[in-house]
Design a binder for this molecule. Sequence first.
Ligand SMILES: *Cc1c(COP(=O)(O)O)cnc(C)c1O
Length: 394
Amino acid sequence: MKIPFSPPDITEREIQAVVEVLRSGWITTGPKTALFEEKIASYCQTEKAICLNSATAGLELVLRLFEIGEGDEVITTPYTFAATANVILHCGAKPIFADINQNDFNISLSEIEKKINPKTKAIIPVDFAGLPCDYDGILTLVKEKQSLFVPKKNTLQENLGRILVLADAAHSFGSLYKKRKSGSLADFTVFSFHAVKNLTTAEGGAITFSSFGDVSADSLYKKLKLLSLHGQSKTAIEKIKPGNWHYTIDLAGYKYNMTDIAAAIGLVQLERFDPEITPKRKKVADFYSQNISEKDFILPILNDQTRQTNYHLYPLRVRIAEKRDSLIQKLAEAEIAANVHFIPLPMHPLYKNLGYRIEDYPNTLFCFEREISLPIHSFLEEEKLAYIVEKLQT
Ligand SMILES: *Cc1c(COP(=O)(O)O)cnc(C)c1O
C-alpha cells in the first residue's frame, strides 16, 4: 500500500475554477485575487488581507515595510523552515534564535524575554504544525519591554512604539487561539498556500492585518500593494482601460503578486475548508492519537484550554531518540512516506557558518532527534491509517 505524505486536495471544482479564469481573458492579478483577499480578511476576522505569490514574500514585505535591516535584530525560532529566518538575512538584519517549549514545539516566551534588547525590532513566532503560539503572552511581553524599544525613523515603527509581532502562520490557517482565528492574533500574520499546506493555491501566500495607532489598514494595504508590484501607482487591470496608460513608479518595489489563476483555486479551497478539508485531517489525527501507544511515543498536542490546531502536521515523537531513523526507514520499506519537521536552522551549513550552534537550543535538539511527521491529508481512509499504525508499532 503506497502512502504519500501530503498530496494536495484538489477536486473538479478547483479545476473548473481554473478553466474559467483561463477562458476569461484575465489571468494575472485581478478580480479573483481581490475577492480572495476580501474572503480571507473576513474569514480571519481582520480588516485587510493582501495576497502574494508566497509566504516568504509576505514575511519579507512586512520587514521591508517597517524598514527593518542593517543593525537590527529579529527574534525567531530555530525550529522552523528556512524561509522564516532567510528573509531576516535578505533584509540585512540579524536572526536571533530563541529556543522552543519542549511540549508544543513553539517558541518559548521566557527564551524570547532573554533575547530582547534595544536592537530588537521584531519577533517572528511560528505556529508549529498548526498550533498557535502564546500570542497574548508575547504581546504582553513586548508592551512590558516598550521602554527598551528604539524606533528607527519610520512612521510605522514610531506609531507601533514597540517591537513588531509578525506571525509566521504558514501552518496555521484556520487554527484558533482563545476562540480567535489565526490571522487576527499578531500585528501582522503571514499565511502560506504552498502545495503542502492545508489550503493551497499551488504556490501563494497572504498577509492579514488591521489598523493600529494613527495607521489605517487601508493605508497599509496601499503600501503593501506598491511594495509587492514594482511600486507601480496603477494596477495592471487599471492600466488596460482605454486611455488609462499613464502610471508612475513610486518606489523600488518587488514582484510578489498573486495571479487570478491561483486565487481561483484558493476561493474554492476556502469554501471547502471548514466543511471538508479540516474534518478529513481531524479524522486522521484523532485516529493516530487513539491508536498510537504512549509507551513508546510522545503524542502531539492538538488542542488545549486556549488553542485548537488545524491539523497541519501530526508531529509524533519517539521516546528513544536512537530509534527514530530506523523507524522512518521501516515505514519507507512499507511504502509509507513519513517526514521530519524540521532540521533545526542551526544545523544547516548556512547558519552554522554564521556562527549559530545547535547546543544553544537544547529543546529544539530534543524535539528534532525524536520527531516523525506522519502522513496527514484528505485521502487516508481507516484501512490505510490502520496499516500505518500497525507498521509503526510492530
Ligand atoms: C511553508 C513554510 C513557509 C514558506 O511558505 P512559502 O509559501 O513556500 O513561501 C514559511 N514558514 C514555514 C514555517 C513554512 O512551513
